[in-house]
Design a binder for this molecule. Sequence first.
Ligand SMILES: *Cc1c(COP(=O)(O)O)cnc(C)c1O
Length: 384
Amino acid sequence: MEFVDLKAQYRHIQARVDARMRAVLEHQRFILGPEVAELEERLASRVGSRHFVTCASGTDALLLALMALGVGRDEDGQPDEVITTPFTFFATGEMITLAGARPVFVDIEPVGYNIDPEKIEAAITPRTKAILPVSLYGQPAEMDAINAIGERHGLAVIEDAAQSFGALYRGGHSGNLSTIGCTSFFPSKPLGCYGDGGACCTNDDALAGAMRELRNHGQEGRYRHTRIGINGRLDTLQAAVLLAKLEVFDEELTARAEIANRYTALLQNAVRTPRVLADRTSVWAQYTIEVDDRSAVESALHGADIPSAVHYPVPLHLQAVYAPLAKEMSWGRGSFPVAERAAERVLSLPMHPYLTPAQIERVAEAVKVAVRGPVGAGAATLGR
Ligand SMILES: *Cc1c(COP(=O)(O)O)cnc(C)c1O
């Protein structure tokens, strides 16, 4: 069994992918070829945004968004501040730091594991330039409340939608819910290509123009450089793959939701199953449960040849590289207790649209056996 079975997907869409890739091999416009523009139009029309600017990865998407917004350092070299969650993939904090700014962590809420809007305002200072919520596991963060805070304080809001592209929130589309939305097309993401890829979504013409230039060495025209940018373009071949995958994306999202529901029906009396709030959908980038004794469950699953993963075991404020920042900010163990507790308890199960009912049952059964403990060992507690 695979954690994410990209071969099963390829077998399903092979004709489409092969035809799209062959077209690129014929025209040979590998850099910013016609498929890139076509993909950007399709993505923008899908979410109803004015602009979609593709780029080389989700990580670059975050960097381009921060650069376009001018987030970095002030004239005196002091770092701007960006409020974000400590419970995310490292790139979220990493790109804030790489841009020259400082990530200021705020704890998460325990239902969707996303940044807790109630705790954001207390973290705002005169140095704050942006709020960067992450829509973790595929479920959008509390974007209306976060945008309202952004508006009140004149702050940009960047949604890290790397895991949530395709999800809906109060009638809007994840990625198109704030100043800029950033997503990733890493192969195992719900919409993934066959290498690295990403994109930024915005309705602001000036920001879109800036990100288009920044991804291409800050060029406003060929060899006319008006900004310091990066080589952050999406390959035409990856755009071709994504165009093929977009054709089956909605049916895949339906399958993901059905699989998540099936897991939940089988597991809800045994472990803490994921919850999706009523006003939004999840694209189930991960199906993540909580268990008391995670290492025991992990090794039991491993013993049954079932892959699992932890997203993520170490919150950002406890990462080694942020030790000096944590010291300066007086962060330590206990500073963000909801995130820290989640980091110790979460476990992601195999999730992709091509899981069979038999596979789902096998995973659920193995989890149930694992949390029950060895028969006769007196482990009567449910893993809640
Ligand atoms: C995957 C991911 C990224 C980075 O995307 P890449 O395409 O791998 O660079 C950033 N943030 C989150 C939350 C992610 O899951």
